[in-house]
Design a protein around this ligand. Structure first.
Ligand SMILES: [Zn+2]
Length: 412
């Protein structure tokens, strides 16, 4: 039986040209290697899953490759077949050492590195230390490292990777050549997924590819894992469709979300709650409902602004938008996400029943007191949920800004 290799491993970039969506980074590294202006410390930073460690390993390979005949200098395109490249591929390179600072944060761990750096490389050109999640090092560990970074032996290279560059002391930062890895754009990631799917003979629908790339937020590794999971769910000749991905990630179908939003905008609170409960029952995650509600709401607002094709007043839509954003925010620390979703639906559909805020404000804008009264009228009986009352002041401010002609002399 063939040894099965997961996609993210199988398609792990082997050299700079394999890096997905990191063209600028690849270009700078290439120029640095080709001109032989190689600093003794590199730092790769960016969000998780964008390929920092992979890039660190590729760089180590570039710095160590000796070419098929053993006479090549450092290179931006390692040969892949020399003993150094082979050792690297098999994770057996004696001179390239990887440390995970997340588990080895202490000063003793760094001393080990500092001690090892004193010795000449066993077989390679350089002794290379790759330190992942370097921001996790303790203060004393950073201090121990600093001495070596200040006066590194010529045969030593450091390659650091981190998700939190702001946690690294300036003294360390200033001694590194820094490279930022950006999240891969949706389009690039979708195209990449489609190309991998082709090679793997997976029938991946374009919409499904887009959905995977959106869900993986710029991480190639995450995207490949989702594709892999989807492949497990289908039969040989079946296609990976949007529906399969939606079910997998606990998402919601766009027509379902449009129905839910329509019920909210029509102030059909009970029906909206039933609809959202049905979505959750079918496997949707509350956060995904919020996410898609935002998408759908944004579309409604854009439509209103661009074509005015929606009867709903713009000011009310914008007000609902604010509430939606606030509720999504409160979702993050919620113990019971489903309750937050239900509460949000109640608030939104209740607020959706307000008459046109703009028109009411236009009639009487002579004093702030009247405005307060008016806003009170618009808000109707005081809602139990405090979000609305918190927004009252904001609403008044907005209205006052909107009608600068209003007589403000009566303000106490
Ligand atoms: Zn090589």
């Amino acid at each position: 039986m063939d040894h099965y290799v997961v996609l993210s491993r199988k398609y792990r970039p082997k050299d700079l040209s394999d890096l997905v969506g990191q063209d600028l980074l690849a270009k700078s590294l290439r120029s640095c290697l080709d001109t032989k202006r190689v600093p003794h410390a590199f730092l790769f930073y960016g969000i998780r899953g964008v390929g920092k460690t992979t890039t660190a390993r590729i760089l180590a390979k570039c710095l160590s490759c000796i070419g098929p005949d053993g006479s090549t200098d450092i290179t931006s395109s390692p040969c892949g077949i020399c003993r150094s490249c082979m050792a690297m591929t098999n994770d057996q390179h004696m001179d390239i050492m990887e440390f995970d600072a997340a588990s080895r944060t202490g000063v003793d761990d760094i001393r080990e590195i500092v001690d090892a750096s004193q010795y000449m490389p066993v077989s390679g050109r350089y002794k290379i230390f790759i330190i992942d999640e370097v921001h996790m090092l303790s203060k004393s560990a950073f201090n121990a490292l600093l001495k070596t970074l200040e006066e590194p032996p010529g045969h030593v290279k450091f390659i650091f990777a981190t998700t939190e560059v702001n946690k690294i002391p300036d003294t360390i930062l200033s001694r590194c050549m820094k490279f930022q890895l950006n999240p891969v754009s949706g389009e690039t990631l979708s195209n990449y997924l489609i190309s991998v799917a082709k090679k793997e003979k997976i029938n991946l629908e374009e919409g499904a590819a887009d959905m995977i790339s959106e869900e993986s937020e710029g991480s190639v590794r995450d995207a490949l894992s989702i594709l892999e999971q989807a492949r497990m769910l289908i039969d040989e000749f079946q296609a990976v469709t949007q529906d399969i991905i939606i079910d997998m990630i606990g998402g919601v179908r766009s027509n379902d979300i449009e129905k839910l939003l329509k019920l909210i905008l029509d102030a059909q609170t009970r029906d909206a709650l039933n609809k959202s409960e049905a979505l959750i029952k079918n496997g949707a995650i509350p956060f995904m409902v919020f996410k898609e509600l935002q998408n759908a709401m944004y579309k409604v607002i854009t439509e209103k602004v661009e074509r005015n094709s929606i009867a709903y007043p713009l000011s009310n839509l914008l007000y609902l938008w604010q509430i939606l954003l606030k509720q999504t925010e409160s979702m993050k620390d919620a113990f019971y996400p489903e309750c937050v979703l239900n509460a949000a639906i109640i608030i939104l559909s209740y607020t959706a029943s307000f008459p046109d805020i703009d028109k009411l404000m236009l009639k009487e804008t002579s004093s702030k007191n009247q405005l307060v009264q008016k806003v009170g009228e618009i808000l109707g009986e005081k809602p139990i949920l405090e979000t609305i009352s918190k927004n009252e002041n904001k609403l008044i401010d907005t209205v006052l800004k909107k009608f600068p002609g209003a007589n403000l002399t009566e303000i106490e």
